[in-house]
Structure formats: structure tokens, C-alpha cells
Write a protein that binds this ligand. Structure first.
Ligand code: ZN
Length: 342
């Protein structure tokens, strides 16, 4: 089959579109003919070697995949060739202490499609049958591929980790990102009010259209000041943070008493200072989150089918142009998800 893969670490120039080994399904796996695959920030880390693929090189990126089942493993029941599906990207062992507690996202053997296994920058991809959900007819392959990481991560962060309530206020960092654009919509769905940040004025209207009440260009305005003004000096109940560094450090200052900051990623740096005085004196919670559950993905599919959540897609590239797509994301030109279509 054809795939866009890399044999050595580096920039987008290392992404090669060429022949690649066909996936061979085990008895509990299916092989999916890829309909669409979305790009993610983690793809860049895998490519440049900050997060080297655990199974080594060559490697195929791509954790968000929709498509059609082509081959079904011998022990798989309830799935059939030709079925439209979406792949839940998180793999858990099912047997460790945390899986047994029902907390599969912190499984000691947790892995991702496209990171721990070859992913969807390809014509075909293999996944465990346990990770497969039917893709409703109303959701196109491209729209579906924009959901599994960003929407599930934002849902788990806001609903499960921050326990967001109607009427609360949320600061969402980076409205233009996949997680940011998802978090704004989910916060609005819950009935919360949203302030968000963007890095350029051409994203202001985009963020408002998603449901943000107040949009701050963080390059020209201090977002902590903007939060204080917007909340009448009170601060927000929840912050969704995935940048790290100074953005993390200052996000804590935007919280009100008993507020929760959920850290989802560290796109600029893995480090961030924490002013402990704010944490203990205001009884703040700083919690981490890592993807979510396949049940949350199924819930999201229902909301998307009903038109109450919208996958945010910037543009799709042909699979053979994967290198250009990676460069486009690296240059932060996108508002929403960038897709590859074989
Ligand atoms: Zn486990």
C-alpha cells in the first residue's frame, strides 16, 4: 500500500510518500481502508524525535482515522467488511490496576494509534476491534476524523476532570487549535460562558463563531487582565491549558477561588512554573488529563449527528501531499483540523 512515513527524525522534509508494508491483522483486529486521517500536534513530536515512536522507525503517523472495514480478524464479532467506522485512538491493556478501576486512560501500558502503532497517514491501518465504533451515515469521513483526539480530550477535560457546571466561566487557550475549538463548543453545550485566546486577529471571528463570548489576541493583550475585566475581577472557574511555559504560569492567575486548571498538553514547552501561593490560598486544583473514553467518543458522535457539536475542519490535503500538510500545521496556519485523504 501507499503511506506517508518517515525513516529518520527531522522536519516535514523527512515525510516520504511511498510503498509501505501492508498491515496484517491479528485475530482480534480489523484492517480499515482509510477514508480520512487528521493531523495532530503529537505527530510533530513523533516526527522530530521529541517523542520517538516506541516501535522504532520507519513509522506512520496519524491517530484520528475514519474509513471502511476491509478485513476482520478471526475472533472479531459484530463488525463486518464494508462497514463505515471510526477508530478510538487509545489502547489500554484492560488488566492493570488502573484499567480494573475503570480508569483506562492511565493504563500502565497506554498507547495511541499512530504513536505506539502505525497510524492513518496510509491507505490502510490496523486497529483492535475493541477500538472500533460505527460511523453514523450523517457524518462524512472528513468530519469524523476531526473528532477522536481533540473532541474526546476536550470533553474529558471539561466534563470529567473539571466537572464543568452550567453558568460557570471557562478560559480556553488557543481557540485555533483542535482542542481549543472543541473545548469552546463543549463548554457552551454544558451551558458555561467562554473567554478564549488567539494568536492573530484573523482568528477573532472564528473563535466568536464557535461560541466564545470574549476573544483575546494574546500577542497584543494580556489574557489575565482580559479575564479579570470580563469576570469583574473574579477570575474564571476553569482553564483549559495546553501550551505550557508562561501561558501555564499566567493561566493559574486567571482562576477564581476553588477554580480548576486542566493541563492537556505542552505544545510550547514541557515546563511551567507554578505560583504555589495562588494554589493553596485559593484552594485551586491543577489536574492533568489524557484523552478520554470510547464511551465519550460515542456520546460526541450523537451530538455531532444532532448538529449540536461541529467538527472544525480547516482543509484536507491528498495523502501524497502529507509533507505539505505537516508543514502547514507546523506553521500554525490552520484554524481547526487539517486532514489527509488517500
Ligand atoms: Zn491497563
Amino acid at each position: 500500500m501507499k503511506a506517508a512515513f518517515f525513516k529518520e527524525h527531522g522536519g516535514p522534509e523527512k515525510v516520504v510518500y511511498d510503498d509501505y508494508r501492508d498491515p496484517t491483522p491479528g485475530p482480534d483486529d480489523v484492517v480499515v481502508r482509510v477514508g480520512a486521517c487528521a493531523l495532530n500536534h503529537v505527530d510533530l513530536l513523533l516526527l522530530d524525535g521529541r517523542f520517538p515512536p516506541p516501535e522504532g522507525l520507519p513509522h506512520v503517523n496519524g491517530c484520528e482515522v475514519t474509513g471502511t472495514i476491509e478485513t476482520v480478524g478471526a475472533r472479531v464479532t459484530g463488525l463486518e467488511r464494508g462497514q463505515r467506522v471510526i477508530i478510538f485512538p487509545g489502547f489500554a491493556c484492560g488488566g492493570c490496576e488502573y484499567c480494573l478501576r475503570g480508569e483506562r486512560t492511565v493504563c500502565v501500558k497506554y498507547g495511541y494509534l499512530g504513536a505506539h502503532k502505525d497510524g492513518g497517514y496510509a491507505e490502510r491501518v490496523k486497529a483492535p476491534a475493541a477500538n472500533i465504533l460505527p460511523l453514523p451515515e450523517a457524518i462524512a469521513f472528513e468530519a469524523g476524523a476531526a473528532l477522536p483526539m481533540a473532541m474526546v480530550t476536550a470533553w474529558h477535560a471539561l466534563v470529567a476532570q473539571a466537572r464543568l457546571q452550567p453558568g460557570q466561566t471557562v478560559l480556553v487557550q488557543a481557540a485555533g487549535s483542535g482542542v481549543g475549538s472543541a473545548a469552546i463548543q463543549i463548554a457552551r453545550l454544558v451551558g458555561a460562558r467562554v473567554i478564549t485566546t488567539v494568536g492573530s486577529d484573523d482568528k477573532l471571528e472564528f473563535a466568536r463563531a464557535l461560541g466564545a463570548e470574549r476573544v483575546v489576541n494574546y500577542r497584543t493583550q494580556d489574557f489575565v487582565d482580559a479575564v479579570r475585566t470580563w469576570t469583574n475581577k473574579r477570575g474564571v472557574d476553569v482553564v483549559i491549558e495546553h501550551i505550557g511555559g508562561e501561558t501555564f504560569e499566567r493561566s493559574v492567575l486567571a482562576l477564581t477561588r476553588l477554580g480548576t486548571l486542566v493541563t492537556i498538553g505542552s505544545h510550547d514547552t514541557h515546563w511551567g512554573r507554578l505560583d504555589l501561593r495562588h494554589v493553596y490560598s485559593k484552594n485551586l486544583r491543577v489536574v492533568g488529563t489524557n484523552l478520554g473514553s470510547i464511551l465519550e467518543l460515542r456520546t460526541i458522535l450523537d451530538y455531532v449527528t444532532a448538529g449540536r457539536l461541529k467538527p472544525v475542519i480547516d482543509r484536507a490535503f491528498p495523502l501524497k501531499d502529507a509533507r505539505a500538510a505537516v508543514q502547514y500545521v507546523l506553521d500554525r496556519k490552520n484554524k481547526g483540523k487539517v486532514l489527509l485523504v488517500p
